[in-house]
Ligand binder design. Sequence first.
Ligand code: SAM
Length: 287
Amino acid sequence: MQKLTSTRRVRELLEKHNLKPRKNWGQNFLVDENILVKIVDAAELSKDDRVLEIGPGLGVLTMSLAERAAEVIAVEIDQGLFSILEQNLADFKNVKLVQGDVRKLDLSRLCRESWGEKDFVIVANLPYYLTTPFIFQVLKESTVALKRALFMVQREVAQRMVALPGSSNYGTLSILCRYYTEPEYLFNVPQNVFFPRPAVESAVVRLVIRQPKLDVGDQSLFWELIKGVFQMRRKTVLKGLLHIFPLSRETGEEILTRAGIPPQLRPEKLSIEQFAKLSRILYNLRG
Ligand code: SAM
């Protein structure tokens, strides 16, 4: 039997089951053996590791993960693909397949049910539409049990994930990734390794989870502040602040000065530490 990294095999399987790749679920299947190996290598798995895979598709990545790790749980939304997946993975006794929408699942609970408090790794060739909300979902809800995540995402999203202050790619996603993890941009992935070929290029990013060290006063206030100012990223941080919170201009300026932030600065210039300090001051003020 031909491997799942063959375009011909993927076409055959889909045709046999009367399926077409669904754009709305970002179904671009990986059909390149070299990239597959590179991704699995980058996951740095050992035989003790537990892996949660999102969007296994036909199971190309799932099989390789199952060969390297102790156990794999894979969540696939598409009922049609799911039945092919069940057949393809029938011999892999260390794989548990879950049919459902990852956005509606309590992932911590799903992993706890199988693995208790043991840690796990997430690996996913993410559908484009899901990337940003999923990373938010995982990192913000994430339990201490998630130790590492390896994501293949749109190249432009990968650049945003690792961006530093001062870069035009720097924003809420960059802060989210750096707040909870050590993000690392690993390698680019061209369009021609997928079937069907996507419109944009991809990249692989590794996030190594670490416990947040910064005191932000209050988590929800911190994220409200960051999302709010970056919604107005072309405006000054003062304008952003006044837009989010009911403050007078004088108070806004005073708060920013106390935080050591020039009020006319654009949000993309601010470090996470500066946002944390600002959030602490706002929190104490609400007190
Ligand atoms: N892992 C396969 C590969 O590398 O060839 C498929 C990757 S494809 C980019 C994305 C996969 O995610 C598809 O199988 C799609 O059906 C699935 N998917 C899309 N939205 C999902 C969701 N909300 N929950 C779970 N799976 C989803």
